[in-house]
Design a protein around this ligand. Structure first.
Ligand SMILES: NC(=O)c1ccc[n+]([C@@H]2O[C@H](COP(=O)([O-])OP(=O)(O)OC[C@H]3O[C@@H](n4cnc5c(N)ncnc54)[C@H](O)[C@@H]3O)[C@@H](O)[C@H]2O)c1
Ligand SMILES: N[C@@H](CCC(=O)N[C@@H](CSCO)C(=O)NCC(=O)O)C(=O)O
Ligand SMILES: [Zn+2]
Ligand SMILES: [Zn+2]
Length: 379
């Protein structure tokens, strides 16, 4: 590549301050150092976690930064020692790394990886503890180790999944976060079995992917809970069989669900990021075995609570990051499943815009009629 080893100047959406509109800037992207990969990002979607960090409520939020973590692109160049990808490879950046060597990766008990997590949380690259992004010499922080709201980004090699070059990048970009999170919460974290009764709190992309996962796992009832009744029509297409709007009831929503299910659900999933709903999601579970999985990200300072008696009497509270999927090993497998039409992606994409329209894309996301908006990065 003619650009290898050189600084690339390209467009990126920069978050200078919490909640202030993102600014499209010319950003300098330094070449990848040892163990790093520079990617030409072709498509990125927006996830609610980008909005969460942008809101200033993320304790790891650093400004100025380049947000974005649900994307796909093509490797432009690689740094010294990178063996698993090469220029031209089609890739999905993975905010949850997989080094295959650290204590976490080797445990067989988790998909979390410890190798670069400190650096990604600090908005820098591990090699020299610096950012690869700058504007006229002033550094701009990375975000989640991905920063996909830039036409070019630099990531750690342990954070890149190489995927089928035939896969449409404007679709499989969604496999960078929301869809795998919902599917994996059901398949890997909860391990829902055939016949189970499932409740899903929040029917955005993550909740709908939970519904899709529950349907494929053979759940007998999939109860969708959302305060926006418009969500039900679309939710039916993803496997939700019944809909409950908490606004239609005077009693607590956990009681509504317990009454509807002869004592409670087998599995519940919180896909909102609201700690009161997390409590309800636990408390609607069946005594003795009901398991509740927290997926939603709650703001700094928020805490969950319940009576310990809820756990003493057999309910289980769990959480999941990226649906428990090991990113580099399993994202390519998810891409293959999509290519074989075994999982949906297109159905989650309600809007397509360009990088220049990113602020409009965030507005759409907050309006409720948008599941995923995919941005084309190069015009
Ligand atoms: N753990 C992870 O790995 C992971 C990955 C991706 C996203 N997330 C988080 O998952 C959450 C959901 O993401 P999303 O993109 O689907 O969001 P979304 O905003 O599209 O969906 C949330 C849904 O919840 C509904 N809702 C809001 N308040 C409610 C309430 N009190 N009761 C019932 N329904 C309510 C909304 O109407 C909406 O339909 C976010 O917090 C996001 O940050 C976590
Ligand atoms: N910095 C945040 C953490 C937010 C969080 O929990 N992130 C999820 C992914 S959300 C994707 O949309 C996650 O995977 N966490 C595990 C990890 O970050 O290693 C905060 O501190 O609140
Ligand atoms: Zn996300
Ligand atoms: Zn690891």
């Amino acid at each position: 590549m003619a650009t290898a080893g050189k600084v690339i100047t390209c467009k990126a959406a920069v978050a200078y301050e919490p909640n202030k509109p993102l600014v499209i800037e010319d950003v300098q992207v330094a070449p990848p150092q040892a163990g790093e990969v520079r990617i030409n990002i072709l498509f990125t979607a927006l996830c609610h976690t980008d909005a969460y960090t942008w809101s200033g409520k993320d304790p790891e939020g650093l400004f100025p930064c380049i947000l974005g973590h649900e994307a796909a692109g093509i490797v432009e160049s690689v740094g010294e020692g990178v063996t698993e990808v090469q220029p031209g490879d089609h890739v999905i950046p993975c905010y949850q790394a997989e080094c295959k060597e650290c204590k976490f990766c080797k445990s067989g008990k988790t998909n979390l990886c410890g190798k670069v997590r400190m650096a990604t949380g600090a908005g820098i690259m591990m090699n020299d503890r610096k950012s690869r992004f700058s504007i006229n010499g002033k550094p701009i922080y990375h975000f989640m180790g991905t920063s996909t709201f830039s036409q070019y980004t630099v990531v750690h090699d342990v954070s890149v999944a190489k995927v089928d070059p035939q896969a449409p990048l404007d679709k499989v970009c969604l496999l960078g976060c929301g869809v795998p999170t919902g599917l994996g919460a059901v398949w890997n974290t909860a391990k829902v079995e055939p016949g189970a009764i499932v409740a899903i709190f929040g029917l955005g992309t993550v909740g709908l992917a939970v519904a899709e996962g529950a349907k494929s796992a053979g759940a007998s009832r999939v109860i969708g809970v959302d305060i926006d009744s418009k969500k039900f029509d679309i939710a039916k297409n993803f496997g939700v069989t019944e809909f409950v709007n908490p606004k239609d009831y005077d009693k607590p929503i956990q009681q509504v669900l317990v009454d509807l299910t002869d004592g409670g659900v087998d599995y519940s999933f919180e896909c909102i990021g609201n700690v009161s709903v997390m409590r309800a999601a636990l408390e609607c579970c069946h005594k003795g075995w009901g398991t509740s999985v927290i997926i939603g990200v709650a703001a700094s300072g928020q805490e969950i609570s319940t009576r310990p008696f809820q756990l003493v009497t057999g309910r289980v509270w769990k959480g999941t990051a990226f649906g428990g999927f090991k990113s580099r090993s399993q994202v390519p497998w998810l891409v293959d499943k999509y290519m074989k039409k075994e999982i949906k992606i297109d159905e989650y994409i309600t809007h397509n815009l360009t990088l220049g329209e990113i602020n409009k894309a965030f507005d759409l996301m907050h309006e409720g009629g948008c599941l995923r908006c995919v941005l084309k990065m190069h015009e």
